[in-house]
Design a protein around this ligand. Structure first.
Ligand code: CMP
Length: 176
């Protein structure tokens, strides 16, 4: 994958409903790998307060309690992904938030294929440049996005990278 345009970063999450099924998790990972550079990956479990903090903007919505409970109910997987227009591209792959709609209007999207309910909707993705910045920092506090854009983005864009099967992320090619 060589890109003419600058790469963009986004935050993608595979939610507990999908992580609970190893085959679905692996399928989602392969689909991500076919379409993005994987910059970071982290398998984690949220405490309830992590869930409340991340979804604070939805506090007061009728589905908030359900959402925070579900998101802290079991393991999930977070990624920092890169490609041209990564934010829009990942949201397109996910499909509509509401799974009923996804099943009928976008059956080939991830939520259309694997979503169970509006809460158990398989994946999350940042919806803007600002939220990607905030959400990447939430999940990967040690990741220096500005530094990555300056130092690594040009090398990734040239395709001088390799995929590490063990860590399941892309890294810069080693120079011998
Ligand atoms: P996500 O992309 O993680 O962003 C906010 C989440 O709130 C959304 O996916 C859903 O999991 C959840 N959500 C949004 N709308 C509803 C709804 N109407 N009912 C239940 N959960 C919802």
């Amino acid at each position: 994958m060589r890109c003419a345009k600058a790469l963009q970063l986004t935050l993608a999450v595979i939610k507990p409903d999908a992580v609970a099924h190893p085959l679905i998790l692996e399928t989602l990972h392969q689909k991500i790998l076919e379409n993005f550079f994987i910059i970071r990956k982290n398998d984690l479990v949220w405490r309830r307060e992590d869930s409340e903090n991340f979804y604070a903007e939805h506090a007061g919505c009728y589905f908030y309690q359900r959402l925070v409970e579900f998101m802290s109910s079991g393991p999930m997987r977070a990624y920092i992904l890169a490609r041209e227009d990564a934010i829009t591209y990942w949201r397109g792959m996910m499909g509509p938030t509401k799974v009923f709609r996804a099943h009928f209007t976008s059956p080939n999207t991830l939520r259309g294929q694997y979503g169970l309910t509006d809460t158990r909707n398989t994946t999350h993705g940042s919806d803007s440049i600002e939220s990607a910045k905030k959400e990447i920092a939430f999940f990967f506090p040690e990741f220096a996005a500005d530094e990555w854009m300056e130092r690594e983005e040009p090398v990734f864009r040239l395709g001088l990278i390799e995929y590490n099967e063990q860590s399941k992320v892309h890294t810069l090619q080693e120079t011998r």
